[in-house]
Design a protein around this ligand. Structure first.
Ligand SMILES: Cc1cc2nc3c(=O)[nH]c(=O)nc-3n(C[C@H](O)[C@H](O)[C@H](O)COP(=O)(O)O)c2cc1C
Length: 134
């Protein structure tokens, strides 16, 4: 049985663009090596993350993430068991408020969540809509 956690958080005020990129790169690499799948987005000073994988691993990782000083207000939206792997890999992205928002990528995120169960899918979709600068 796999477990998924979704949360949003606020980046620390002094976090530089390259430091955000470091978080995204590290997460992508570690998660891919450790069979953790999901999505990490940064937009408008906030993070949105889905982590999905073996339950103990996901809960342990989330404990580490909550202690990370590079963000605060970590608000879990849900944590639940899921029957299928929602993502075939880890996607991490930097979505700025301005020019480089890519509607095709957003569609890609939406397509990926279609494998989640219906109620979870709807919740994630709503959060994504509110989160991204459309
Ligand atoms: C918003 C945010 C999301 C993070 N997501 C992940 C993640 O998905 N995977 C990961 O390995 N580290 C993630 N991290 C980093 C962890 O909090 C922590 O720094 C890392 O697991 C510790 O790695 P280390 O012990 O090798 O230094 C994230 C950090 C932040 C601020």
């Amino acid at each position: 049985m796999r477990h998924a956690i979704v949360y949003v958080s606020t980046a620390s005020n002094d976090l530089k663009k390259n430091e955000i990129q470091d978080i995204l790169n590290h997460s992508k690499e570690w998660n891919n090596e450790n069979d953790v799948t999901g999505l990490l987005l940064f937009s408008g000073g906030n993070f949105f993350q889905i982590i999905e994988g073996e339950k103990n691993k996901i809960c342990g990782l989330f404990e580490d993430i909550k202690l990370d000083k590079r963000h605060h207000n970590v608000t879990q939206i849900f944590g639940k068991e899921i029957h299928k792997e929602a993502y075939d890999g880890y996607d991490s992205d930097f979505v700025s408020d301005e020019a480089d928002y890519d509607p095709e990528k957003f569609q890609h995120y939406l397509n990926q969540i279609k494998v989640l169960d219906k109620s979870t899918q709807k919740a994630v979709e709503n959060i994504l809509m509110a989160f991204l600068p459309i």
